[in-house]
Design a protein around this ligand. Structure first.
Ligand SMILES: [Zn+2]
Length: 302
C-alpha cells in the first residue's frame, strides 16, 4: 500500500513537473464604428477557438469597443461558451499620478455595469496595461474593492507584446508587403513561445512548479489571422490548453504581492520578491523586440 501511495505521488509530481498548461485571454475588443474589420476579427478568433475546442476569456473595455454594436460583438464570446470579464471603461493606467483611486474605482464599476449582465460574465477584473497602482493607497484600495465586490483579479502569468507585432502586421498589410508578413509570422510565434518559456522558467525557479498559466493576447487582426498557427506551435512545444476558470483555480493567482509599482505578470512579481536577477521593467515592451525582428530580416524603425 505504501509503495502504491509513493508511486502515485511520484507520478503526480512528474505530471506537475512536465505538463505545461495555459489558458488564453484576449483584451480590449474593437470598435466597429472606427474599425470596419471589428466583426470579422472577432468572428475569426471565435471560429479558430471553436475549431480547436478551446474556451478562452475576453476582457473588454468600454472605450475600446465603442457603443452598442461593439457590445453586441463582444457578447458573442459568452454565447459561444467563453468567459467575459471586466477591463473597465476608459482603459486607465493606475501607475499614472493623474489617475486617482476614486476615479479608478468609478471606472471599474462602469465596466461592471456594462458587462455583468452578459452571458458568460465572471466578476474578474483585468488591469489595463497590467498596472496595479504606483502607490500603496491605490494598489490596496482597488484590491479592497475587488474583495468586497466578490471580484477576482484577472491576472496574467505570461505577458507578451502582441500589440506591437500587430502594429507591424497592420503596417505591412497596408503596404501589401507580403514578404515582410511571411517573415513576421514565425517571428511573432517564436516571440510568444519564448515569453511562455521565460515565465514558466520564472515559476520553476520560484514556485518550483509549472503553474496553470494565463497568456495575455488582444482582440487584434494579427491574432485573428494567425491564432490557429499559434495554437499549433504551442501544442508542438508540449503545451496544453485549458479554460480560464481552471487556470484561475491555481493558488498562484490568490497571491497579493507587495511590490510597488504593482502590476506586470504575477510571475514577474513573484520573481521580484524572490530576488531573481535581471528582471526588466516594464517586463514587456516594443523595444525588447527589435532584435528578434531584425534577426528575422524585418525593418523595424519605430
Ligand atoms: Zn487593455
Amino acid at each position: 500500500m505504501f509503495k502504491l501511495i509513493l508511486l502515485s505521488l511520484c507520478l503526480g509530481l512528474s505530471n506537475l513537473a512536465f505538463s505545461k498548461s495555459l489558458a488564453l485571454s484576449f483584451d480590449d475588443g474593437l470598435d466597429p464604428s472606427t474599425n470596419p474589420q471589428a466583426q470579422k476579427i472577432n468572428n475569426d478568433l471565435l471560429d479558430t477557438l471553436k475549431k480547436n475546442n478551446i474556451h478562452a476569456i475576453v476582457f473588454p473595455s468600454i472605450s475600446k469597443i465603442g457603443g452598442a454594436d461593439g457590445l453586441a460583438i463582444i457578447s458573442n464570446w459568452g454565447k459561444q461558451g467563453h468567459r467575459i470579464g471586466n477591463h473597465g471603461n476608459l482603459h486607465l493606467n493606475l501607475a499614472k499620478d493623474s489617475v486617482s483611486l476614486p476615479d479608478y474605482l468609478q471606472d471599474v464599476q462602469e465596466g461592471d455595469k456594462a458587462f455583468s449582465s452578459l452571458q458568460g460574465f465572471v466578476p474578474r477584473y483585468r488591469f489595463p496595461y497590467l498596472k496595479e497602482g504606483n502607490t500603496l493607497e491605490k494598489r490596496d484600495g482597488v484590491r479592497k474593492w475587488l474583495l468586497a465586490n466578490n471580484y477576482q483579479s484577472g491576472a496574467v502569468s505570461i505577458d507578451a507584446s502582441d500589440w506591437y507585432y500587430n502594429q507591424l502586421f497592420l503596417a505591412y498589410h497596408k503596404e501589401n508587403d507580403q514578404e515582410s508578413l511571411d517573415k513576421l509570422k514565425p517571428a511573432y510565434i517564436s516571440h510568444l513561445l519564448d515569453r511562455a518559456s521565460y515565465y514558466d522558467d520564472l515559476a520553476l525557479k520560484t514556485l518550483g512548479r509549472s503553474p496553470k498559466h494565463v497568456l495575455l493576447l488582444h482582440v487584434r487582426a494579427i491574432n485573428a489571422a494567425w491564432l490557429d498557427d499559434i495554437i499549433y506551435a504551442f501544442n508542438e512545444e508540449g503545451w496544453s490548453f485549458i479554460d480560464s476558470d481552471s487556470a484561475y483555480q491555481d493558488p498562484m493567482y490568490k497571491l497579493q504581492t507587495q511590490t510597488l509599482p504593482a502590476g506586470e505578470s504575477i510571475l514577474w512579481n513573484i520573481a521580484k520578491i524572490y530576488g531573481v536577477k535581471g528582471l526588466r521593467y516594464p517586463a514587456e515592451d516594443a523595444p525588447y523586440e527589435y532584435e528578434n525582428l531584425k534577426k528575422s530580416g524585418l525593418n523595424v524603425v519605430p
